[in-house]
Design a protein around this ligand. Structure first.
Ligand code: SF4
Length: 370
């Protein structure tokens, strides 16, 4: 296939669905790790086309959603400082902290700017040598290489008024944490194709072996997802638990060696808190000692700020696949994209936003009558 719309071909989708139906004998629950895949599944109604015996569990792979409240509060504190230009991608501006979001800080006079690349923030730092320019570096293995490259460039060019507020998280430790949970129902994973484009697939066979779960690297178009599900079901029915690559047009086993070398140089692995989930050991990156001077938490001394999550929002359970968004009592009532209570309703990749956007509004009876 040559063009993107060919990956939505209805005839091919029907053939894949027929093959999935023909293969499925038992009940299976599988998790799509990435929020982009969740949106594709809900948008195209893929979960509704699958046999009833297959349940798609939505995973934690939304970078905005898992950024912890205390990092948002640190961003708000830094952005409110005089002399700071605080730069971020657009969807972080509406993510609620303990009391407000970055839009509020901007409306109160903070210099908060939306940029389209961390390198834009570095240009701002060059153009404003008398100001401190901070970039909000969040996300998974996908966004980290560009942020690493920007810090590397800042050091190489001697741009000392640039810093990075880092909240990078890693997929493999999150999979381990999900599988270790006593409430875990996940029997297989669709792995995030873009993460594997950077990191390759070599981290996953030990996880597949340890937890005896099939893992299939999957893309984002409807046919990609159906092919990922088809291969996953085939493994489950055959009692296999292997790592397969169903996204070979983008993913190789080795990943992107240049990006990995940059990540190894600029970052080091650390424990990270995931919003609504808690601390997962060795599940994130922070700047390595060689680049610590560019760490905004260190530069602005906000390291000791701590915050408590909302008692209403159940996004932690949504992110772990323990409930569907419409099982949260606040879904579509107190919590909507206009008035989000949690990050999973704000982010363009959040599961709650996907259910709202694509009109999965009906709450299960036990929630509606609670
Ligand atoms: S619907 Fe809103 S309150 Fe409920 S889990 Fe999702 S983001 Fe949180």
């Amino acid at each position: 296939m040559k063009y993107l719309d060919e990956f939505s071909d209805p005839q091919l989708a029907k053939k894949l669905l027929d093959r999935i139906r023909a293969t499925t004998d038992r009940r299976w629950s599988m998790m799509e790790v990435c929020g982009g895949q969740t949106h594709s599944i809900i948008r195209h109604g893929i979960d509704q086309l699958l046999p009833d015996r297959i349940e798609m569990i939505h995973g934690p792979g939304c970078p905005v959603c898992v950024t912890p409240l205390e990092i948002i509060d640190k961003a708000l504190a830094i952005a409110a400082r005089p002399g700071v230009i605080f730069c971020s991608f657009g969807d972080m501006l509406r993510v609620p902290g303990s009391e407000k979001d970055l839009f509020h800080v901007k409306s109160e006079g903070g210099d908060v700017r939306v940029v389209y690349s961390p390198l834009d923030a570095l240009e701002l730092a060059k153009a404003n040598p008398d100001r401190q320019v901070v970039f909000f570096g969040i996300g998974f293995e996908t966004t980290a290489p560009a942020n690493a490259m920007t810090v590397y460039q800042a050091q190489r060019l001697g741009i000392e008024n640039f810093s990075l507020l880092v909240s990078h998280v890693l997929v493999p430790p999150a999979i381990a944490a999900i599988m270790e949970s006593p409430q875990c129902r996940v029997q297989a994973f669709l792995l995030a194709g873009h993460v594997c484009t950077v990191m390759g697939t070599q981290e996953y066979p030990p996880l597949a072996e340890r937890y005896r779960v099939p893992m299939v690297v999957t893309g984002f178009e409807p046919l990609d997802i159906l092919e990922g599900i088809r291969r996953t079901v085939a493994q489950l029915e055959a009692g296999r638990h292997e790592v397969e690559n169903a996204y070979p047009r983008a993913v190789s086993a080795a990943g992107n060696p240049a990006a990995k070398a940059m990540l190894d140089d600029v970052f080091e692995v650390t424990d990270r808190a995931w919003r609504g989930i808690g601390v997962i050991p060795d599940s994130g990156w922070r700047l390595s000692p060689r680049y610590r001077d560019f760490d905004a938490e260190h530069r602005f001394a906000v390291g000791e700020l701590h915050a408590a999550e909302s008692s209403i929002c159940r996004s932690g359970e949504v992110l772990q696949g323990l409930i569907k968004p419409n099982e949260c009592a606040a879904f579509g009532t107190q919590c909507t994209p206009r008035n989000p209570l949690g990050a999973t309703m704000v982010s363009s990749e959040g599961a709650c936003a996907a259910y709202y956007l694509y009109r999965r509004l009906d709450q299960p009876a036990e929630v509606a009558h609670a």
